[in-house]
Design a protein around this ligand. Structure first.
Ligand code: FEO
Ligand code: CA
Ligand code: CA
Length: 644
C-alpha cells in the first residue's frame, strides 16, 4: 500500500512510541563467517509438488542483467526494455472467470456489488503463481486486493454514502484466485475455471491457533471466537512449501472507528475515532468498535488459502501474531520445519519470524493442515556490529508475564506489538518485503523509509543505530542477514546492509545512498528469482512523489539486482500515480507477473469521481476508462529468461 493514506495520520497513529528495554550485551563468540552453501533450485508449486528446474536452464539466453536499462519516467505508461513485451492480463473489474458468472466491467464504475464480487478487486498487491503444468504455461495466480479508492469505485464516489456502497467496497477487497494460461497470442485468464474464486471482506473464515476462541476474539455474531467474516488490506503475501497462499492483513486499523477515546491497545495499532475515511462503520456495525470492541482483534493476521480448493475456508493463523502484516516469506529450517519471516510496516516497528513445531510433510495442504498453528514466534533484535538475535515471544519469557498484561499466549499474540516492545526488539525503518536467496539462504528485507529516525525529540531507541543508520531516512534501504549455522531456525544471525537507496547527487549525505547502478528510492516489493537475481519494486508515496527530493525518481519503478556484483539496473517504470507490487515467475523463468497498483492516485485521500482521469488513463489510455490496477505478464521477445 502506498502510505499516502496512512501518511495523512502518521503523527498520531503511524509510529511506535513505546520505549524498549535493553537486554544486555551480545555474545561476541557467536561471530562466524557467513556460509554460502549452494542449495538445489526447487520451485514451490501448488500441490506441494516441486517442479525441479536445472539452474543451467535459466542461463540459456543472455547474460544476467543483459537487458537495456530504462530511464526514469513521468509518463503515464508502462515502460520495459526494448527486448521485452508487457501484456495487461487482469485489471480491476475484469471477470474472475468463475462458473457463477463473468460480469463485464463498466467503465463508469456502475457495476453492482454482486458483480464486483465476481470481478477483480481494486489495488492489486502481493501475488503468487501456482503452476498447473510442468512448463508453467498454465497455472493459478492468487492476487491480493489491498484497498479501495472509493472515488473511483462508485460512479459518484463517496457522495450519497450508503450500505450498498460499503458492500461494494468490501467486495472489492480480499483476494482473487484466477486460472491463467499462455497461448500463441499471449497470456489470458481462463474463463469458467473450476479454481476461479474471489475472497472478500465478507467471506467466512476460520480462526485457528492459540488465540482461537479466546475471550478477546468473541463477538456478538461469533460468540465462539472461531469464525470471522473476511480479510482486509491484504498487502504482501507468501507461498508455503505445501502449496498454499499466505495473504497478510496490513492497515486493517483504518476500517474501524473507536469511541472518542481509543484504548491504549487500540492506539498501539493506530485505531482512531473515525477510522481512515473508509466509513464502513456508518453502515456495518462490525467496524464500530463501540458496538463490537473485539472485532478488531480478528484482523491483523496471516491468512492461509488453498488456491486449488475453491471450497476451502480460509484460515487466520494466530500463532503468527497480530501486526500490520506486510508479507509472509516461507522457507525451511535445516531439519525441515516451516519458517515464516514477516515485517510490520510502520515506522519503528519490528521484524518477526515463526518456526513451526512440526516438520513439513510431503504432499499438499491436507498433509500440513495445522503446521502453522503450533510453533515459536520470535521478534528481531538487530544489535551493533552486524550481530542479531531472535527474541522468543512466549508467555512467561522476556517479560511477557501476567503482571505485564500477558496472562496467556493468546494475549501475547493478540497484542503482539506490545509483546515485542516488552521483549526489547529493535525498532526498524518500516520493513516491507523479505526475500530468501535461493542459493545461500540469506534473507534480504526492504526497509522502505522512516523520516522520523533520529529526529529531535525521538527516544533513544529511535535514534540511528547500526542497522538503521540514517537519520531522516527518506530513501530507504535493503538489509540482509544470514542465520547462524545457515539454519532458518537459528536464534542468532548476522546482518549487513545490501544497499542504501538514494541519489549520489543529492545535497544531503543521508539521501545519497550507495547504489551501484540506477537510482531508486523507497524499496518495497522484493523477490529473488530462482537464478539468484533480486527484483526490487519501489513505493514512493503519492503524497510526496512529485515533490522535493523525490522528483528526480519520477514514477515508481522495478529494478533488478545481481547480489554477487551488487549491480542494479532499472527494468520497468510504471504509469503515473502507481506503485509496483507483486512479483511472481513461471517455473521456466520466461514470464514474470507484476502488479501495477493504484495508477492515477494523487495526494488527496480519495480520487474525485468527477475528475478520475486527472493524472492517469492507464491502462485504457485514450479510451478513457478509469485508471485500473492490473496484473502484467512480461516476457522477453525472444522467449529468454527474464532479467537477462
Ligand atoms: Fe501495503 Fe507496506 O505496503
Ligand atoms: Ca508494500
Ligand atoms: Ca509501501
Amino acid at each position: 500500500m502506498s502510505d499516502s493514506y496512512a501518511g495523512k495520520f502518521e503523527n498520531s497513529d503511524g509510529v511506535n512510541t513505546a520505549s524498549n528495554p535493553h537486554l544486555g550485551e551480545v555474545d561476541s563468540a557467536r561471530r562466524q563467517l557467513i556460509g554460502s552453501s549452494l542449495a538445489a533450485v526447487t520451485l514451490l508449486t501448488g500441490s506441494g509438488v516441486a517442479f525441479a528446474a536445472k539452474e543451467s536452464a535459466f542461463k540459456t539466453k543472455g547474460e544476467l542483467l543483459g537487458f537495456t536499462a530504462v530511464p526514469v519516467s513521468s509518463s503515464d505508461e508502462v515502460v520495459v526494455p526494448p527486448e521485452y513485451d508487457a501484456q495487461v492480463l487482469y485489471r480491476w473489474g475484469d471477470p474472475v472467470g468463475a462458473k457463477l458468472g463473468s460480469p463485464a466491467f463498466k467503465t463508469d464504475a456502475s457495476n453492482t456489488w454482486q458483480e464486483q464480487a465476481l470481478q477483480a478487486g481494486m489495488h492489486h498487491d502481493g501475488m503468487e503463481y501456482f503452476p498447473l503444468s510442468q512448463n508453467g504455461n498454465r497455472g493459478l495466480l492468487a492476487i491480493n486486493h489491498e484497498y479501495t479508492d472509493d472515488g473511483l469505485l462508485h460512479p459518484d464516489g463517496m457522495k450519497n454514502w450508503s450500505a450498498i456502497k460499503v458492500r461494494k467496497a468490501q467486495e472489492a477487497h480480499g483476494v482473487s484466485v484466477i486460472e491463467v494460461e499462455r497461448k500463441a497470442d499471449g497470456w489470458r485468464v481462463a474463463q469458467n475455471s473450476k479454481y476461479a474464486r474471489r475472497i472478500t471482506a465478507n467471506t467466512m473464515m476460520a480462526i485457528s491457533g492459540p488465540a482461537m476462541g479466546h475471550k478477546a476474539m468473541q463477538t456478538s455474531y461469533d460468540p465462539s471466537g472461531t469464525r470471522v467474516l473476511g480479510t482486509l488490506n491484504n498487502c504482501a503475501a507468501g507461498q508455503t512449501p505445501w502449496g498454499t497462499y499466505l495473504t497478510c492483513e496490513e492497515n486493517w486499523n483504518g476500517y474501524f472507528s473507536t469511541s472518542s477515546k481509543p484504548t491504549p491497545q487500540e492506539q498501539r495499532y493506530g485505531m482512531r475515532n473515525k477510522g481512515w475515511g473508509y466509513q464502513w462503520h456508518d453502515f456495518d456495525t462490525r467496524f464500530d468498535a463501540t458496538v463490537e470492541p473485539n472485532e478488531a482483534h480478528r484482523f491483523g493476521w496471516v491468512v492461509e488459502i488453498d488456491p486449488k480448493d475453491p471450497m476451502q475456508m480460509p484460515v487466520k493463523r494466530t500463532a503468527l501474531g497480530r501486526l500490520k502484516h506486510e508479507g509472509a516469506t516461507c522457507t525451511r529450517s535445516n531439519d525441515g520445519r516451516a519458517v515464516v519471516y514477516m515485517g510490520d510496516d510502520e515506522k519503528f516497528e519490528y521484524i518477526y519470524k515463526f518456526v513451526s513445531v512440526s516438520k513439513i510433510a510431503k504432499g499438499g495442504f491436507a498433509d500440513n493442515k495445522n503446521i502453522l498453528d503450533s510453533g515459536t514466534l520470535y521478534v528481531g533484535r538487530f544489535d551493533a556490529k552486524g550481530m542479531g538475535q531472535w527474541l522468543e515471544l512466549r508467555q512467561g519469557l522476556n517479560g511477557l508475564t501476567a503482571g505485564n498484561g500477558f496472562a496467556t499466549q493468546a494475549d501475547v499474540l493478540i497484542q503482539c506489538r506490545a509483546a515485542a516492545d516488552t521483549a526489547g526488539a529493535t525498532k526498524m525503518d518500516r520493513c516491507e518485503w523479505i526475500a530468501v536467496h535461493p542459493k545461500t539462504g540469506e534473507m534480504f528485507a526492504t526497509l522502505t523509509n522512516n523520516n522520523l529516525r533520529g529526529q529531535p525529540g525521538r527516544s533513544a531507541d529511535e535514534q540511528v543505530n547500526d542497522a538503521n543508520p540514517r537519520a531522516d531516512n527518506q530513501m530507504g534501504n535493503i538489509l540482509r542477514w544470514q542465520e547462524d549455522g545457515n539454519d532458518a531456525a537459528s536464534t542468532t544471525f548476522r546482518w549487513t546492509h545490501f544497499v542504501l537507496a538514494g541519489d549520489p547527487v543529492m545535497a544531503k549525505p543521508e539521501h545519497q545512498g550507495n547504489i551501484k547502478g540506477d537510482i531508486f528510492s523507497c524499496p518495497d516489493g522484493l523477490r529473488f528469482a530462482p537464478n539468484g537475481l533480486l527484483w526490487i519494486q519501489t513505493d514512493i508515496s503519492t503524497s510526496v512523489m512529485n515533490q522535493g527530493i523525490y522528483k528526480v525518481f519520477g514514477n515508481n519503478m522495478m529494478l533488478v539486482a545481481n547480489p554477487e556484483t551488487q549491480e542494479i539496473k532499472r527494468f520497468l517504470t510504471g504509469p503515473s500515480g502507481c506503485e509496483l507490487t507483486g512479483i511472481s515467475f513461471t517455473p521456466d523463468l520466461r514470464t514474470i507477473f507484476v502488479n501495477i497498483q493504484h495508477p492515477g492516485e494523487t495526494a488527496s485521500e480519495r480520487s474525485d469521481p468527477d475528475k478520475p482521469l486527472a493524472i492517469s488513463r492507464w491502462p485504457e489510455g485514450a479510451k478513457a476508462g478509469r485508471p485500473r490496477s492490473a496484473t502484467l505478464a512480461i516476457r522477453r521477445k525472444d522467449g529468454g529468461v527474464v532479467g537477462t
